[in-house]
Every structure is written in structure tokens, then in C-alpha cells.
Design a protein around this ligand. Sequence first.
Ligand code: UD1
Length: 420
Amino acid sequence: MDKLLISGGVRLEGEIKISGSKNSGLPILAATLLATSPVHLYNLPHLNDITTMIALLRCMGVGVTIDEKMCVEIDPAHIEVYEAPYELVKTMRASILVLGPLLARFGKADVSFPGGCAIGSRPVDIHLRGLEAMGATIEVDGGYIRARAPQGLKGAQFLMDKVTVGGTENLLMAAVLAQGKSVLENAAKEPEIIDLANFLVSMGAKISGIGTDRLEVDGVKALTGCAHTVMPDRIETGTYLCAAAATRGSIKVKSTRADILESVLIKLKDAGADLHFGEDWISLDMHGRRPRAVSLRTAPHPAFPTDMQSQFMAMNSVAEGMSKVTETIFENRLIQVHELNRMGAKIALEGNTAIISGVERLKAAPVMASDLRASASLVIAGLVAEGETLIDRIYHIDRGYECIEEKMQILGANVRRVAG
Ligand code: UD1
């Protein structure tokens, strides 16, 4: 199993390009199942999760080709299998996103029930209740969600009692082909949902309220293929900026947007970063200064994203002062605390809040990645630690960060992949 070896102590400096968004690419790939003719997708990141979603589409009979410009053509005209098997779902929970599209277009879907994961139990009850409100019958049998709507789905008014990104995406994808009007209330407003909605509109869907917590959908009979460029990855963007702040560095991230990570930029500014941005780039300069500690609380967009929480905790570990980081979205998402403390951080846990006393520097140690974003925090910790940090189980990192060691090397970091 590959590991990452990081020699700490280098300030990040230079320019890198941000990849397309994983969390936007995944639902958009699932949504291609709704079309009756080929879709062309640009800027999909080359990541394990994206490869898994493409494998899932292929095993249903979808044709996939990639041209020399890295444009992925998806031809969903002839689907033969309406199932997401356990083997694929267990490696990627986002496979649940094929449920809404399959049910909406074909009236049937068998999707393996996603289990829990390192960051908590992660139920899908709201996805299922929303589909039932649209007239589907749902049974859970043999570890599979078996959803049926032989006469097609019917538009419905549905209030999500908790803000859920995946739930909003699944129900939006179902509603676009349902008969009549649907209203999704308390919908998530993450930029990735806006990207998905814009993609659906390009295929012929009728959606209003995009970007708000009330999505109104007038169902159409069929959707056709289109071309779409996936938005930049705001979490990858934020991760590199946070790493630069932690190392007292100065970097520019290109092919990204400042408007999709405002809450993160506000906190980086509070940490002492000198920030500038243009239409498709952001620059950060710490002028060689140690970051100031910043407290934060995760919440649905536009508040501070849970996917950036652990990276800020790593930065706070070496910041000047005390901070409190509170996680409100997932029940077990402060798991990086123990590994950071093994590297000399001073973090105490009180329920879902971590209290961090910044130390001057961390010390290298062998550590283990436990989930995607927690592993990003270990990379940042390795960058600011004295000595060589060896991070095990980096398949978690590869699920979400395209070419992480190459990009880090471009920024001057000593990061190498070694065979375990
Ligand atoms: C997505 C993102 C993930 C991010 C998360 C929150 C993708 C592929 N993943 O995950 O990176 O961390 O949003 O921004 O886009 N919940 C229920 N019932 C449901 C659905 C969710 O109780 O039916 C709960 C979850 O357990 C969690 C909360 O709602 O506590 C938010 O989860 P959700 O927004 O659905 O996260 P994902 O879509 O799984």
C-alpha cells in the first residue's frame, strides 16, 4: 500500500492549477443517466471516486469514451442493468446518487445500501422519504434498496427536515423527469448543487430557485445530451490555501473561483493571510508570518464547510493562540485529533468541539489517514513538522486530491509517494 513521505519545514511558494470538483463531478456523472443522447463533460478530475462512478455507469451499459482533450463522452442511451452493486457502493457512498436518476428514467433501481463510514453512520432516510413522496415504493431487502415506480414518478412538495447535499441532489435528479411540479424545501445550497442544476437545465430540465433553499421543478418528458464544464474544486482550493497559510508561505491557485469559498477566505483573512483574487485565481501571502488561531463552526453552505474543518485544525495546531473548532455536520469527524496530537499538537476534545492551543511547531511521526479530509490535515501537519512524516493509508487522499504529491512539489514541498 502506498504511503506519503513528507519532509517538513518548507514554506509553500508558487502557482498551481486547481482540478475540477469531485463533489460536483460525481452527481453530474450520475445525472447523465437521465439523458437519452450523449453528454460531453470537461474538467472532470482524475480521481479514484470519479473512476468508480464511471465504472458504475459502465456496468449498467453506459458507453464511455475519453478523447485527446480529456473530454469524457457518456452515452446513456442503452441501459441494460438498473443496479448499483455492493462491490462498488462499499468503496464509494456517493453511488447512492444513481438511485434518483434510474428511478426517474426507468421506474426501477436496485442500489446496495451504503453502510456507515469512519465519519459516522450517514443515513439516507431523507433520500428515500423524498422518493416515496414522489410515488415510489421502496423496500430494503438483502442489503439493497429496491425502488420501483412502474408508472413513473409524480411531482411532489417535500420538506427535507435536515439539510442534505446528497439528498437534495438525488431528489432534484428524480424530480426533473417526474410528472408535474415538485417543490424541494430546505434544500442544500452548496455550489456543487448549483453546478448540477445548471447541468440539468442544459439537458432541458425546468428548474427555478437554483442557489436557494427552495427548488421548484416542472417535470419534463425527456432530457437530451449537452456539453458541460465541471466547476473547480473549492475544497482542493481551500486545502492548498490553508496549507500555504500553515507553512507561512505565498501561493497562487489558478483555474478556481473565490466566490465558491467565501467563508473559508474570511477565516484565512482572520488568520492573517493577505488575499487577492481575480476571476479565476486566488493568491495568498503570509509574508512569512505565523498564522493566528481562528475559531470556527461547521454548518451547511454558505457557512463554513465540514470538508475544510480538519485542514484548519492542522493550521490552528501551529497558530498563535487558542481556538475552538466545532463540528456540527458529522458525528465523528474530529478523528484527526489523535494523530495530530501524536505529532505534538495540543488539542483537547469536548464533545463535538476541539480546543486547540497552538504550538510553535509539530514533530514528525508515522501517522494513519482515516478519511479523505482528515488525511489532508495530516499532509498539512507533515508540512509544518520537524522531520519526516510517513502517512499510511493514503488511498483516502487519492479519493479527493488529484496529483497531490506533484502539486505539492510544484509548491516546493518535499512530498514523495513510497511503496509500503
Ligand atoms: C456531501 C459531500 C461531503 C460533504 C457533505 C456535507 C459529496 C459526494 N459528498 O456528502 O464531502 O462532507 O456533503 O457538506 O458531495 N443525513 C441524514 N439523512 C439523509 C442524508 C443525510 O440524516 O438522508 C445527515 C448525514 O448523516 C449528515 C448530514 O445529514 O449528518 C449531512 O449529510 P449530507 O449533506 O447528505 O452529506 P453527503 O451528501 O453524504
